[in-house]
Design a protein around this ligand. Structure first.
Ligand code: NAP
Length: 478
């Protein structure tokens, strides 16, 4: 599945400058392949290709679009084993997680292949018997999808399946750490027989590619997933051409464990949530608030289970794989050191995994005696670090949990029905899990409030991001 060319207007090409950059396996440090380093000129070609394809693609019936999207789903499944291995090699996550991501990516194409058929307009009641009013749903135009490295296939597929279903041609710019899995997907688009220019894939110089996209009047929308800092810059850059922006940005998720919770369930949920992708997910718990009556039991059980997790090259199907790069592991080290310097107590972990000769492995870590002034309470650690904050006031805890500019996901554990309703209502987050740390489903909306994002992906809401409502009034007689 390794492809090392750009895919523009249905053709494979090198960068015009012939420059390249490597895709590196984080587990071994080996170069998997070199890929072309596109700049502004190639981006312009891709934008023009998408723009030229836009009228025909918008006119293509939803049934035809659906058929093509189903083909991608089938091709992903047919190539699932190779895609899974490539994803693990390029990103570092263990095979079982990569396999889930690949299969989930196929499912999202299926979802939007079907959702395409439900792009319904509306007939409005008459205000004048001589006139008729309608609302037509129309594609917004060319969409640029800019995606991160942590779920480099699924996030990409969630965006482009919805955009293509809506009738928008796409231009894909994956993260520089994970270009190969995106280019492998481009190959499937060629195989499926999509019309030229409907799906374009470029990798390379991030700033040049971004500038060309943000300043082009031919690009109607930017669908971005990444950090809040970059998201803000993109919103600003898109202002000059007033683009539709969909933003899936950073999280700072809390878990609250009340003293009436099922502690074993809370421990299991924390492990799944905290250690998925070695903690490199936007919905990973970054702050764990545990009631003082159960904190000892919870911490002991969590540490016991965490210490049993295996860590190593994802291809060996360990529980945890390598982090994505040196920058990622350095950030974790900085956060842990800062917390320890400011009075935190180390329960387990607390350093790189010294048994590993290559790769970026940080031991699953638990910290206690955490307070708000520590860096890890203000910023995503993006690693396998569980900071535990003891609390004893059920009323005040909500205020503390909501006291963040982010609002992506939050979780809490309780067996009290009143709390289930009240706390879900009070949490200022886009996704809430009650006794559940895996609440996200593709057929439902996903996204954040406050500085965690604008718009939603998944579900019927996801396709709306790429549709405009056109109001049509028809006078039938004088
Ligand atoms: P990032 O640094 O913001 O990068 C995301 C994407 O934006 C990459 O493709 C990156 O390209 C590109 N980019 C960076 N600067 C750009 C610019 N000036 N113009 C155009 N594109 C630019 O984020 P990341 O480190 O890859 O991902 C981690 C962050 O994403 C975390 O904050 C996490 O919470 C967030 N995230 C959010 C969600 C969600 O659904 N809300 C999901 C996953 C991750 P390069 O790779 O070339 O720099």
């Amino acid at each position: 599945m390794i492809t090392n060319k750009l895919y523009i207007n249905g053709e494979w090409m090198d960068a015009l400058s012939k420059e390249t950059f490597p895709s590196i396996n984080p587990s071994t440090g080996e170069i998997i392949a070199v890929v072309p380093k596109a700049g502004g000129a190639e981006t312009k070609l891709a934008i023009d290709a998408a723009y030229n394809a836009s009228k025909e693609w918008a006119k293509t019936t939803v049934f035809k679009r659906s058929e093509l999207l189903h083909k991608i789903k089938n091709l992903i499944l047919e190539n699932s084993e190779s895609l899974t291995r490539l994803l693990t090699m390029e990103q570092g996550k263990p095979l079982y997680e990569a396999e889930m991501e690949v299969n989930g990516s196929a499912k999202i194409f299926e979802l939007y292949a079907e959702e395409a058929k439900r792009i319904n307009g509306e007939t409005l009641p008459n205000v004048d018997s001589k006139k008729r009013n309608f609302v037509n749903k129309v594609p917004i135009g060319v969409v640029a999808a800019i995606t991160p490295w942590n779920f480099p296939l699924h996030i990409l597929c969630r965006k482009i399946s919805a955009a293509l279903a809506a009738g928008c041609p796409v231009l894909v710019k994956p993260a520089s750490d994970t270009p190969l899995i995106a280019l492998a997907l481009a190959k499937l688009f060629e195989e499926a027989g999509f019309p030229k220019g409907v799906a374009n894939f470029i990798v390379g110089d991030t700033k040049q590619i971004g500038n060309e996209i943000f300043n082009s009047p031919k690009v109607a929308g930017v669908s971005f997933t990444g950090s809040t800092a970059v998201g803000k810059k993109i919103i600003e850059a898109c202002a000059s051409t007033v683009k539709h922006v969909s933003m899936e940005l950073g999280g700072h998720a809390p878990i609250i464990v009340y003293d009436d919770a099922d502690i074993d369930l809370a421990v299991e949920g924390t492990l799944i949530n905290k250690l998925r992708n070695s903690g490199q997910t936007c919905v990973c718990a970054n702050r764990i608030y545990v009631h003082k009556n159960v904190v000892e039991e919870y911490t002991t059980k969590l540490a016991e289970k965490m210490n049993k997790k295996t860590q190593g090259n994802g291809l060996d199907n360990t529980d945890l794989g390598s982090l994505v790069n040196e920058e990622a592991i350095s950030k974790i080290e900085t956060h842990v050191k800062d917390a320890l310097d400011k009075g935190a107590t180390l329960v387990t972990g607390g350093s790189r995994n010294k048994e590993m000769q290559t790769g970026y492995y940080y031991l699953p870590t638990i910290l206690q005696d955490i307070h708000e002034e520590m860096e890890l309470m203000k910023d995503e650690t993006f690693g396998p670090v569980a900071p535990i904050i003891e609390f004893d006031d059920d009323e005040k805890i909500i205020e503390r949990v909501n006291n963040t500019p982010n609002g992506l996901a939050a979780y809490f554990y309780t067996n009290n029905l009143k709390k289930v309703y009240e706390v879900s209502e009070q949490l200022e987050f886009g996704v809430v899990g009650v006794n559940d740390t895996t609440p996200v489903v593709d057929h439902g909306p996903f996204g954040g409030v406050k500085q965690s994002g604008i718009g939603r992906e998944g579900g019927k809401e996801g396709i709306e991001e790429f549709l405009d409502s056109k109001a049509v009034s028809i006078r039938l007689e004088k």
